[in-house]
Design a protein around this ligand. Sequence first.
Ligand SMILES: [Zn+2]
Ligand SMILES: [Zn+2]
Length: 444
Amino acid sequence: MAQAKNVTVSQGVRMLFSLMTPNESSFATVQEVPTYVSQATPYFTGLIILEIVLGWLKKDGPRIKINDFITSLSAGVMSRLPQLMMRSLELSAYIYVWNNFRLLELPWDSAWTWWLAFLGVDMGYYWVHRFAHELNILWAAHQVHHSSEYYNLSTALRQSVTQQFSSWAFYLPLALMVPPSVFAVHIQLNLLYQFWIHTELVKDLGPLEWILNTPSHHRVHHGRNPYCIDKNYAGILIIWDRMFGTFAPESDHVVYGLVHPISTFEIWTVEFLYYPYLWQRFWEAEGISNKLSVIFKGPGWTPGKPRLGDIADIPQITGEEMPYNPTWSPAMQAYVLVQFFLLLDVYNNLLMDQTILSEMTVLLLTAYVLLSLTSLGFLIDQRANAAEMEMLRCVLTMALLRFGYIKPLVPLLAFPIEAFVLISAVYWSLQCVNQRINRMKKEN
Ligand SMILES: [Zn+2]
Ligand SMILES: [Zn+2]
């Protein structure tokens, strides 16, 4: 059976900007389609470093805070974990419809098919995204992506774990004629394009602003200024917003994030907090019609208001808005950053090797990644029980390093990493003892 190829460096860079050609990205079978998104990590990293460096050089460069940055990357990692266990639902549902209900079979090796799929997936994404904002039950998933109060490349990676379980439905009309192998390329390239537009460094792209979704257009989408609400849903082409009446150009200074900021960096809360809130609103609503409206109307809807709520209810921007950013020690910031990069290495190896690892190993490492995201999230959020969990995590990391489940990127670093993790385990054990003594003293 033909195997998927790895992307070249040139393709790796171009795939982030929707600059791939039909020739190099048309495949006969789904099995041959490269895992573009999984292979994108080094290119994401390169652009993030570039953004940080340019930000330092420019006075008004992007603001990046380690707590927000790691929370966004953690959400990105967490959202990809289900795909280690199963083929993406988007692709599985698509293949099912293609196998059972296709009306015609467009040739996989024609540039026409490729371009039709490009447009079809991009328009499908517009509606996925618009429904994700206009239906409260779907917003519960998508609000994760909007929860950062900063706007930089890391914000692009702040993805929802649960959104993938609803978005598949919107692409099914394409499955009536476009082969799954062509769809499997475009669903990835469409997502990858949306990475680079999450930046404040690119101001205006001139005439391209008419056709393409650009950093400027997408900044509006992430704004909580009244003029930004429910605008600019585009993936690659902004034409859909212009056609369907949801376009707004960037004007006043954009203040980013949710209308009601969540003020936490704990990853489980970031990912799932909206569901209990929705549940509560559902039970509090009076009568079946209001209950259904809570689920299926916009997040801003309340009884007596239009379907998407009243824009007059959105708080005006005062210019005094400050992102949530409690102080924490530089040493702890450095610690969390180093531990997070070690974790990213484990995660990247897991992505690359998932087909050759046993199911048990994939499960074990997935559980380790989840535990690590939780523990580092507790540290960033300065939770009381963070020390205990981090001590446990360090002991587990030691064991995984010892037994060869975790292999450092650079073999030479194996010893320093083990030493660092050991010292960390001792430090957190001491912290735990210290906390217990303090608690006992207080009780007496
Ligand atoms: Zn959105
Ligand atoms: Zn975005």
